[in-house]
Design a binder for this molecule. Structure first.
Ligand code: PLP
Length: 395
């Protein structure tokens, strides 16, 4: 991989910009990006704020002074506080939240923890991420569970239509509705509260893949009224890699019983085993970082930048923006299609190597395109730099 140091700064950026306050960050230098890097890729992996990373290192050093004393003592207790802190952030009780390692991990626990029988059915969409789908594919293969896939075209920006399509897909054997809160393909914000109401009215469980939501937009699991909601720590919550959260609403009762929760829902139990204690504490500190900026403010900032990108990308030649126009179904993600002769991975490399702009190549199963995502450390200058870079590369 090319060293960033050998790459010129993005057009419109000077070295001084790297030290300027960025977006909603608390202090300049709170993020450790390579100088001049325009990072528009939180939707894949978020950065950990420097103050959080430094605290994680401190906790780690303390832990190693006497691993059993701290690990089964003060740090274990602090992990419970972290769980309660995260629960408060998404509006649930601590007992309703469990620690996982990732979105995929949490979703696998839900799929495997359900008592699904041959012939039972799960309704989901064709825009789900492979990580969100793997558990359901597993139960389909292993236990003969049927998957009913609702198609969501990139041009579908209509909540009512999506709810109707899910409704039509439900059969008497449907046990679960599962979808992303925000689609990773196009950034469409799904009508989760309406889908939860539908699921509940048909005695189904509503399971939500929140990988692209919590931390980037405000999430209140009680307002969404879903049964299960899975999140990574390492995207929008800006937590350490390999952290995650799973919300299981109190009324799920014993319907979802993952092996890892057999002992209890505590951060450490006989069935969970030891986890990365400093990372869990770091996740709580990252949540505090986002919370300090105010989640409503963060969401407004992220969506405003995304809308700026949406507007500017309309005039870039050879690009077709497929994400929804500004409105209630938008999120901090924006996706555009590029001509078939331009490979999205090649474009990604050129944007990085020539302009220091980091975006995502949207997997070809969805379209030949790229995606930008904007978080609290991004600025209007970042969006503008990405648009200039795209204009140059696609000219
Ligand atoms: C919607 C969605 N679900 C699941 C995942 C997988 O996330 P994780 O790495 O936390 O398992 C992603 C990753 O991008 C995603 O966008």
């Amino acid at each position: 991989m090319a060293s960033l140091a050998s790459v010129p700064l993005a057009e419109g950026l000077s070295w001084a910009d790297a030290r300027l306050p960025r977006g909603l960050v608390r202090a300049p230098g709170d993020f450790l990006f390579a100088p001049g890097l325009v990072y528009l890729q939180t939707a894949s992996m978020g950065p950990v704020p420097r103050p959080v990373m430094e605290k994680v290192m401190e906790w780690w050093k303390e832990l190693e002074l006497n691993p059993t004393f701290y690990g089964y003592g003060p740090h274990e207790k602090a992990m419970e506080d972290a769980r309660a802190n995260a629960a408060q952030f998404i509006g649930c009780a601590a007992e309703e939240l469990v620690l996982t390692r990732s979105t995929t991990d949490g979703m696998n626990w839900v799929a495997q923890g359900l008592d699904l029988a041959r012939g039972d059915r799960v309704v989901t969409s064709d825009q789900e991420h492979p990580g969100g789908m793997s558990g359901w594919k597993h139960v389909a293969r292993r236990h003969g569970v049927g998957l009913d896939i609702v198609k969501i075209l990139p041009s579908t920006h209509d909540a009512g239509r999506i709810v109707d399509d899910f409704k039509r897909a439900i059969t008497p054997r449907t046990r679960v509705l599962m979808c992303s809160h925000v689609l990773s393909s196009t950034g469409l914000r799904m009508p989760v509260a309406e889908l939860s109401a539908l699921a509940r009215s048909r005695d189904c469980l509503m399971v939500v893949d929140g990988a692209q939501a919590a931390g980037g937009i405000a999430v209140d699991v009680k307002a969404l009224d879903c049964h299960a909601y899975v999140m990574p720590g390492h995207k929008w919550l800006l937590g350490p890699k390999g952290t995650g959260l799973l919300y299981l609403s109190a009324d799920v009762g014993t319907r979802i019983q993952p092996i890892a929760l057999e002992g209890s829902r505590l951060a450490y139990s006989d069935s969970s085993g030891v986890t990365s204690l400093p990372s869990v504490l770091g996740l709580s500190a990252s949540i505090d970082y986002v919370r300090a900026a105010g989640i409503a403010t963060v969401e407004a900032h992220n969506v405003a930048l995304r809308n700026r990108a949406y507007a500017a990308l309309q005039s870039v030649p050879r690009i077709q923006v497929v994400s929804a126009p500004p409105g209630p179904m938008t999120s901090p993600l924006v996706t555009f299609r590029i001509p078939d002769e331009v490979k999205s991975r090649d474009l990604l490399q050129r944007l990085l190597n020539r302009h220091r702009v980091m975006v995502k190549a949207v997997p070809e199963m969805w379209m030949n395109g790229n995606r930008l995502s904007t978080h609290l450390f991004n600025t209007e200058a970042d969006v503008d730099a990405a648009v200039v870079a795209l204009r140059t590369e696609l000219a």
